[in-house]
Design a binder for this molecule. Structure first.
Ligand code: GCU
Length: 337
């Protein structure tokens, strides 16, 4: 990490610390933490039964990637009922079972070339990658849930997208080309919040990546210097959360009885990576760094939680992907270089 950036972040944290109280103690009980966040922030994921189905609808060779591409139609549940979405999967040739990086995408699943999803770089490590478009699961519109009656703890879009990511894992557990013990969930920004919530809830994610995830992602509310507040996020994006999130916490960012490091700690002892960008003031990189710092004691092995900050804007770049792939490599995920 660039020393100048690191020092700037430390200084910002130190400055911030003088202004606000210490975040609440790290709560070690994972089950309690998850039910707290389900009830009071993101909304409860359903226990209702539905048709769990994943059908491979197309399999083809992709010579330019030396890979096999499979399109899988997966059924999930959303607050608006059952929904089927496509996941696009790339498995590198010449490997029996490979680790898998699931990338939740902003872009339509029909689009492959995408700077936020470096398929070739991932495959070159001897890993597979799967992507699905979040809006194929539930539209990202403030009024998308206005047509239904919502309880204070009803699930919002972040829970619905995270639930869908777990349905991708259901499929991967049946896929002979996938090593289901090494599945990573990767998301950027609102989808970084989603990846964190998915990774905290579903232990089948062996690695969780929250890139520039900001408010209600891997960033402490109590260390927010100048970025997005709870009031702003719950007013602009009410559909992302349970109604409780705005009702209970709006305006209370610096006096909450919890903070986001609890949720990050719920990922332990599995692998966790938090990524910031220096100019991403809205997400507040010092608050993301502080979230790493305060959650890290939950890991006995500190090499299992990674933090990086790169120069530049709010984005998921090849620099970030390299960091995440190197982190996986250090934890012995790949047999290829
Ligand atoms: C908005 C929102 C952020 C979110 C971001 C994104 O800026 O306020 O919370 O992370 O969109 O998803 O790009």
């Amino acid at each position: 990490m660039n020393l100048r950036i690191f020092l700037a972040a430390i200084l910002a944290c130190a400055f911030c610390r003088a202004e606000v109280k210490t975040p609440p103690q790290l709560n070690k009980n994972r089950a309690e933490v998850l039910s707290f966040f389900a009830k009071n922030v993101y909304g409860k994921m359903p226990e209702a039964s539905f048709v769990r189905e994943a059908k491979v609808i197309k399999t083809e060779k992709v010579p330019e990637f030396s890979a096999t591409r499979k399109i899988v139609r997966i059924n999930t549940l959303t607050p608006l009922g059952e929904k089927a979405f496509n996941a696009v999967c790339y498995f590198p040739d010449g490997f029996e079972k490979t680790p898998v990086f699931i990338y939740i995408s902003f872009r339509p699943s029909t689009e492959t070339a995408n700077s936020r999803w470096p398929i070739a770089e991932i495959l070159a490590r001897g890993a597979s990658t799967v992507s699905f478009c979040y809006e194929d699961v539930l539209k990202d519109k403030a009024d998308v849930l206005s047509c239904i009656e919502r309880k204070d703890d009803s699930w919002g879009a972040i829970s619905a997208w995270a639930f869908a990511a777990s349905r991708v894992v259901d499929y991967l557990e049946t896929e002979s080309l996938a090593d289901a013990s090494k599945i990573a969930i990767v998301g950027h920004s609102r989808l970084g919040k989603t990846a964190l919530w998915a990774g905290a809830n579903d232990k089948r994610f062996a690695m969780t990546v929250a890139n520039n995830s900001g408010c209600f992602g891997a960033r402490l509310h109590s260390r927010n210097l100048y970025g997005e507040s709870i009031e702003r996020i719950t007013n602009f994006f009410p559909h992302w959360f349970a109604p409780n999130a705005g009702k209970l916490w709006s305006g209370k960012d610096y006096s909450l009885p919890f903070d986001q490091h609890w949720l990050v700690a719920a990922v332990s002892p599995r692998l966790m990576a938090i990524g910031s960008a220096l100019d991403d003031w809205w997400a507040c990189p010092p608050g993301e760094m502080a979230c790493w710092e305060y959650s890290a004691p939950a890991w006995k092995d500190r090499s299992c939680i990674n933090y990086h900050v790169r120069p530049g804007e709010h984005e998921l770049t090849s620099v970030d992907w390299k960091e995440y792939l190197d982190f996986a490599a250090r934890n012995k995920w790949f047999s290829a270089k």
